[in-house]
Design a protein around this ligand. Structure first.
Ligand SMILES: N[C@@H](CCC(=O)N[C@@H](CS)C(=O)NCC(=O)O)C(=O)O
Length: 227
């Protein structure tokens, strides 16, 4: 049994989706990242010294703790022998596209969200910088997906990691216009039953109307301002 410490965010959903894809039994612990700041409490810092979600504890491996979503995905893939090949080149390709997300897509879209959605003051050069860099990275993914169904061989943890961020392009204010292979990949992964289940563990607040979106942005802004 795996304990999953998480919340309804792109990094959190990477792990719930992987656990659903792998059909591994897990117990969900939904942390309050807002008022309660549970991710900064002493008991959680023993699991993840960085005080952020997601993190897992593998009860079947002597309560082994893993933090950093990319490291968790590799751990789960290696534990099960699925969602990443074991040959050196195939494994390397998955890890390359996983690192592309961890070092590029995630930080750039994350900062686009901060400056475009959450911050009260709007500093346009920062918004442009992070949105333009996110769009450039989308174009890199799009180029890869022109002649590959998935990012690295079969559907893998690299697709899960990138998809969890890229699907939120609208929230980050980054267009996917003209990137048909990328749009095809976003749609195909969304169809997967395990992805749909993982997105509900826990579910994001809806942001279909402008009112919903403003409410959600205000809640996240409060979380960030408490740090
Ligand atoms: N590089 C880390 C990033 C983790 C991260 O930024 N988590 C956010 C939610 S997506 C968080 O816990 N935020 C609350 C906080 O910073 O206090 C990973 O991929 O696991």
């Amino acid at each position: 049994m795996i304990d999953l410490y998480t919340a309804a965010t792109p990094n959190g959903h990477k792990v719930s989706i992987a656990l659903e894809e792998l059909a591994l039994p897990y117990e969900l612990h939904h942390l309050d990242l807002g008022k309660k700041q549970e991710q900064k409490q002493d008991w959680f810092l023993k699991i993840n010294p960085n005080g952020r979600i997601p993190a897992i504890v593998d009860r079947d491996e002597g309560d082994f703790a893993v933090f950093e979503s990319g490291a968790i995905l590799i751990y789960l893939a290696e534990k099960t022998g699925r969602l990443m090949p074991s040959d050196t080149k195939g494994r390397s390709q998955v890890i390359q596209w996983l690192m592309f997300q961890m070092g590029g897509i995630g930080p750039m879209m994350g900062q686009a969200n901060v400056f475009y959605r959450y911050w009260h003051e709007k500093y346009q050069p920062a918004i442009n910088r992070y949105q333009n860099e996110s769009r450039r990275l989308f174009e890199v993914l799009n180029g890869r997906l022109k002649d590959h169904e998935f990012l690295a061989g079969d559907y893998s943890i690299a697709d899960i990691a990138n998809w969890c961020w890229v699907k939120g392009y609208d929230w980050s204010g980054v267009s996917v216009e003209g990137l048909e292979p990328l749009q095809r990949w976003i749609g195909a992964i969304r169809e997967r039953p395990a992805v749909q289940r993982g997105l509900l563990r826990p579910a994001s607040k809806p942001s279909e109307t402008k009112e919903d979106a403003d409410k959600r942005a205000a809640e996240i802004r409060d979380t960030i301002l408490q740090r």
